[in-house]
Design a protein around this ligand. Structure first.
Ligand code: PSV
Ligand code: MN
Ligand code: MN
Length: 386
């Protein structure tokens, strides 16, 4: 009962990859090194370009400031373009500085808020040079103990700080505001959920949108509901894709729960967000034990499979079943799409675009990993603790 997605429909998929996925990462127990780890942002972009070259799905690379600071943004931009990709979202960072121990944009001290706001203004300046549209704000702000600070006053300070940053955006820029229900703060976080992010974005204006990171919810949360609601409100600006078993695990998207990913994409399509450049799909992952470029290739292919399955949904049959109140049939139509083996179709689709039918095998056979292991000595950690 499934339908076959068209080539044009499949072609609308674009996934941004994060520069930090190519650096070494780990847990607080250990960071394992990987041979060939990039030593600078240029090498991270080169690795990201491999993902796009083999999949045709990942044309932009998100950067993190200050992890990816360079002297010459024009040179990094040209380097990316020469390799067939572009620089994408600029992520701010107010979580690795002692000054931010008790907060950044929400901090009780004006001096610290000023510093955090200025950092975001610096990021906006970087965006002008990289040609980036989106400033992504994720804050580690929050408290660990009841009574530690005023939840209400922190919201007011947050609103004020965000307004100053928002006012500095160019007309073609956006601010995308991420929420997370815990960690590193454990009692409360200042933007714990989509509702809080939405409230701030709505107050800021049209250029502010919510970021939904799939790993930032309590277990059991119905994420596709949030997708449907934010699309309905015109406020879903971006996804950070990854998957989790327990907390914010940042594992490969589609690895822990491919059915959840499918359900999310079904709502994305139903709400008109699929293929809409205003709903940016981004990976936010770390590859602690697996090779990084193949990990990214697997991830974008997992998203592509979920999209192809969701595009296989017979929406007319689903609609008819829903109107008839036929619960079992509606569920069956949905599950038919999920059960469709889209791999042959996707292999054919890739071949028609001059891409390898099996991007993973093609990349592994290319010799790239061996070459970077030989050429790059002393790669750095992906920012965490660096
Ligand atoms: C921390 O939870 C985090 O994973 C957020 O999801 C950000 O998007 C990311 O780090 C990069 O700053
Ligand atoms: Mn994220
Ligand atoms: Mn996260």
């Amino acid at each position: 009962m499934a339908v076959t997605p068209t080539s044009a429909e499949l072609d609308r998929l674009r996934i941004e990859v994060p520069s930090w996925a190519y650096g070494n990462s780990g847990t607080r127990f250990r960071v394992f090194g990987t041979p060939g780890t990039p030593r600078d942002p240029f090498e991270k972009v080169a690795d990201a370009a491999q993902v796009h070259a083999h999949t045709g799905l990942a044309p932009t690379v998100a950067l993190h400031i200050p992890w990816d600071l360079v002297d010459d943004w024009g040179a990094l931009r040209r380097h990316a373009e020469d390799l067939g990709v572009a620089l994408g979202t600029i992520n701010s960072n107010t979580f690795q500085d002692d000054d931010y121990k008790l907060g950044s944009l929400t901090h009780v001290e004006p001096r610290i808020r000023r510093k955090a706001i200025d950092h975001h203004l610096q990021c906006i300046d970087v965006m002008r040079q990289t040609g980036s549209r989106d400033l992504k704000v994720w804050l580690a702000d929050g408290t660990n103990y009841p009574g530690q600070d005023s939840i209400r006053e922190r919201q007011d300070r947050l609103a004020e700080s965000l307004a100053e940053i928002y006012a500095a955006l160019d007309d073609d820029h956006r601010m995308v505001l991420e929420y997370k229900f815990f960690e590193p703060a454990f009692y409360h976080t200042d933007i714990p959920d989509w509702g809080t992010s939405y409230v701030h974005c709505a107050a800021l204006g049209e250029q502010a949108k919510v970021v939904l990171d799939t790993g930032h919810h309590a277990p059991g949360t119905n994420i596709e509901f949030i997708v449907a609601q934010l699309l309905r409100l015109g406020k879903l600006g971006a996804f950070d894709f990854n998957s989790r078993f327990y907390a914010d695990d940042d594992l490969m998207v589609g690895a822990a729960d491919p059915f959840q990913l499918f359900r999310i994409v079904v709502e994305l399509i139903a709400g008109g967000g699929y293929g809409d450049p205003d709903v940016q799909l981004v990976l936010d992952q770390c590859h602690n034990i697996e090779a990084k470029v193949p990990g990214q290739i697997r991830s974008v292919l997992n998203v592509q499979e979920a999209v192809a399955k969701a595009l296989s949904l017979d929406t007319a049959a689903l609609d008819a079943a829903r109107r008839a109140g036929d619960v079992l049939l509606a569920n069956e139509v949905l599950m038919d799409a999920y059960a469709t083996d889209v791999r042959p179709l996707l292999a054919e689709h890739r071949a028609s675009k001059g891409l390898p039918e099996d991007p993973m095998r093609a990349f592994l056979a290319s010799g790239y990993l061996e070459r970077i292991a030989e050429e790059r000595q002393g790669g750095v950690q992906a920012g965490w603790g660096a």
